[in-house]
Design a protein around this ligand. Structure first.
Ligand SMILES: [Zn+2]
Ligand SMILES: [Zn+2]
Length: 315
């Protein structure tokens, strides 16, 4: 399923099986998760420099040379030489290449991936349930780490990432309050079912001030809302790759050493840590599946909020 240009649905095309370069693995795709970032790419909010491109960056694949099952995340290649790579911040590598943006991804029957960016999938996870771990889980986990040891967490937007992270947070004996779109009662019920202690609308104040907030939804207006909900000294973490403009807000709500920060991409350390943690929790992902040729439907259902949890495409 190929991205050709902004504003057009992905095109179903027949391509030859790709040939791996030295250091790459040929993978038969077993499942590939759908991510909000795929919508940003389709809409041109995140640029694809060299189309056509196969999207999809939560790949569960079988290595054709060994039969081993691996996962391929968004971070697909780093230079290893720039100041960020050398400082353990490869998520900020100036020459980084991203799966399903700069490198063909997993909305396909076969793909190739740099073997240094392939991670063993925990055995206890079926293909379908493993796919959402690879972006929703990994980058969500990085966002959660940015909250330090905050006890009472607010999640703004309760989609694929939040439904995984609420399970991790509960396992760590932390509390999660879920903030959804006003009127999204189904989303609020889902959040409570997955382990949130409270669920309400994003324009509501929490019953007690939060120790940290993570914004998963791509809505800039949630930044001042979350700043109003956290107590002094506490962070508001923006977990997405794109967000609409943040409206002006009074300095008063940032005052008290509150912080606003973004989370960019992931490092291989995040991947290793999270994939080791997920089976111990254990994380259960709530998945809606689509055949590969219905990837566009999966994307539109994500846009319209027609499912809870995560969507996964199966070749
Ligand atoms: Zn993603
Ligand atoms: Zn680099």
């Amino acid at each position: 399923m190929v991205f050709e240009e902004v504003g057009r649905p992905l095109a179903l095309v027949e391509r030859p099986i790709p040939t791996p370069e030295p250091g790459e693995l040929l993978l038969r795709v077993l499942a590939c998760g759908v991510c909000r970032t795929d919508l940003h790419l389709l809409d041109g909010e995140v640029e694809i420099a060299h189309p056509p491109r196969v999207l999809g960056h939560q790949i569960v694949g079988e290595v054709q040379s060994s039969g081993i099952r691996v996962g391929v995340p968004w971070l697909g290649w780093t230079c290893g030489e720039c100041r960020y790579c050398r400082a353990g911040q490869e998520n900020l590598c100036v020459r980084a290449r991203f799966t399903g943006r700069d490198i063909d991804g997993g909305f396909a029957e076969y793909t190739v991936a740099d073997e240094r960016f392939c991670f063993p999938i925990p055995e206890s996870f079926p293909n379908l349930q493993a796919a959402p771990l690879l972006c929703a889980g990994l980058i969500g986990y990085r966002s959660l780490r940015m909250c330090g040891d905050a006890q009472r967490l607010g999640f703004y937007g309760f989609g694929a990432a939040a439904h995984i992270l609420v399970q991790v947070a509960n396992w760590q004996d932390r509390e999660v309050l879920a903030f959804t779109r006003p009127g999204d009662e189904k989303g609020q019920a889902f959040a409570l079912e997955m382990g949130a202690s409270w669920a309400g609308s994003s324009d509501e104040a929490p019953p007690e001030p939060l120790d940290a907030a993570i914004i998963f939804a791509p809505d800039g207006a949630l930044v001042p809302a979350a700043l109003r909900a956290v107590r002094p000294s506490c962070p508001v973490v923006c977990g997405g790759i794109h967000m609409s403009d943040i409206p002006a807000f009074p300095y008063d709500i940032l005052w008290g050493e509150r912080t606003v920060r973004s989370v960019a991409n992931l490092t291989r350390t995040d991947a290793t840590e999270f994939l080791e943690l997920a089976p111990r929790v254990p994380v259960h992902t709530h998945v809606t599946q689509y055949p590969l040729e219905e990837t566009n439907q999966a994307l539109e259902d994500l846009r319209a909020g027609r499912f809870e949890g995560a969507a996964v495409v199966l070749p």
